[in-house]
Structure formats: C-alpha cells, structure tokens
Design a protein around this ligand. Structure first.
Ligand code: HEM
Length: 240
C-alpha cells in the first residue's frame, strides 16, 4: 500500500506543482507581481551594466579587466547569464500577455477609466516603450552578445584580456548606430519612469518609504539612461 502511495506521489506531485504554477500565473494579480519582480531584477542588472560600462570613459584597463571577468567567470557565464536571458524573455512575453489581457478587459470600459485624465502617457504606453527597448536589445545582441558567443564558444579563440575596449568603441564609430542607441535610451528612460515605482507598488511596498521610492525611481529613470547616452556619445565623438 505504501509503495503505491509513493508511486502515485512521484507521478502526480510534479504535475500538481506545475499545474499550480500555471494556475498561479493565470491570475491577473500574480501576472502583475511576476512582471514587477522580473522588472526589479532587470533594473538591478541595468545598474550593474551601467557601472561597468561607465568605467570605459574613465579607464580603458579597468573596463577591460571587468569585461574579462564578467565574460570568463563560470558562475556569471553559466548561471547568471542564462538567468538574465530568461528574465529578459519572461519580462517581454509577460508584458505582451498583460497588454492583450488588459485590452480585452478594457473593451468592457469601467467608469473610473478616463484615459489621459487620470494616467500619464508613459504609464498607458508601456507596451510601446517596451517594444522599442526589445528592438534595441535585438540590435544590441547582434552587436555584442552574438559576436562574443561566437568568439568564445564557436571559434574557441584564445583569451585576450585587452580586446574589449577596442571592440566596444568600434561599435560607436557609426553615427546611425549611435543615433539608434541614443533614441532607444530615451525610450528606456520613459519605460523606467513608470516601471520603477510601479513595480514596487505592485509588490506591495506602500508605506512611509513610498515617496522615497518614487523619487529614487524618477532619478534612476533619468540618470542611468542619460549615463548610457553619455557613454555612447563620448565614444562616438571623443574616443573614435
Ligand atoms: C552605451 C550603452 C551600452 C553599452 C556600451 C553596452 C555594452 C555591452 C557589452 C560590451 C555587452 C557584451 C557582454 C558580453 O557578453 O561579453 C553587453 C551585453 C548586454 N547588454 Fe549592454 N550595453 C549598453 C546598454 C545596454 C542597455 C541600455 C541594456 C538594456 C536595456 C543592455 C542590455 C544588455 C544585455 C541584456 C546584454 C547581455 C548580457 C550578457 O548576458 O552578457 N545594454 N552590453
């Protein structure tokens, strides 16, 4: 009897767990929370990415050292990087799902929704700014990520600790690419302007720190994308 019970558990438990997870993601509140958590995760990546990239305008050797560490450390390469890529995919897929569900729900307009009277353009158009950032990521992966994967894991080139700075600066030679990056960073700023504080609100941070989180969100949304714009323009006009 005990053996049967154990076997039944082994067969059905994973199914039940998966079923609960999908059931959970089917509730609109859970979807918003999942969206918020993945957003907060991407915000922390963005800060790290910005700090590392910013060293490129200060010290070529520091940028090379940090890039080499990030590009060769097994923990980062084989654990953090896949988690990050999955996080990016999850955030965009859930964003599109949320938009479709919201559009359907909006067809049954509710009284309090008065379009631009009680919400900003940015908060109503997160899907547009999000899709521009997604398009930017396509270009960005083509520029940096794919060549890096080919260099290391397809061609098995020897490690070269000094190549990163030159390769990155070379990308900002083209005015068209630099312009596309700058436009994308402006839309990224708009996306973060609403996304940052909205994520914390969704996960229930609603206390005496709320005004601080709002200010922090607006500061982050301006400073980080402006910093990325500065890096791109610096390498286009000064380093190249
Ligand atoms: C001037 C601005 C930027 C520069 C110079 C830059 C540079 C780079 C470089 C050199 C890599 C390659 C890392 C590697 O695989 O070795 C990379 C990867 C990446 N970048 Fe950026 N980046 C910029 C802005 C951004 C922004 C704004 C985002 C997000 C919206 C972003 C998202 C990513 C992602 C997701 C990866 C893949 C990370 C990985 O797994 O390696 N980047 N970037």
């Amino acid at each position: 009897m005990k053996v049967w019970r154990k076997m039944a558990r082994a067969v059905f438990l994973p199914y039940l767990k998966i079923n609960t997870m999908s059931g959970l993601l089917n509730s609109s509140i859970a979807r918003k929370v999942a969206m918020a958590l993945s957003g907060i995760f991407l915000i922390s990546f963005l800060l790290l990415h910005f700090l590392i990239n910013f060293t490129s305008v200060v010290s070529e050797s520091t940028f090379n050292e940090l890039s080499h560490f990030m590009g060769t450390n097994p923990l980062i390469q084989f654990l953090m990087q896949p988690i990050l890529i999955l996080g990016v995919i999850f955030h965009f897929v859930m964003g599109i799902v949320l938009e479709i569900k919201n559009n359907k729900a909006r067809q049954v307009q509710y009284k309090m929704y008065k379009g631009n009277l009680n919400s900003s353009w940015v908060s109503r158009n997160m899907i547009i700014t999000g899709l521009v950032v997604l398009a930017f990521l396509g270009l960005h992966f083509y520029d940096f990520w794919f060549p890096e994967i080919v260099y290391k894991y397809v061609e098995f080139n020897p490690a070269d600790t000094t190549r990163y700075f030159g390769e990155m600066v070379h990308k900002f030679e083209s005015p068209v690419r630099t312009g596309l990056y700058v436009i994308s960073f402006v839309l990224l700023a708009m996306h973060l302007w609403h996304g940052f504080q909205s994520s914390f609100q969704t996960i229930g941070v609603n206390n005496k720190y709320t005004p601080f989180i709002h200010k922090l969100g607006y500061t982050f949304a301006v400073v980080v994308p402006a910093g990325f714009i500065f890096i791109a323009l610096f390498h286009h006009f000064i380093t190249n």
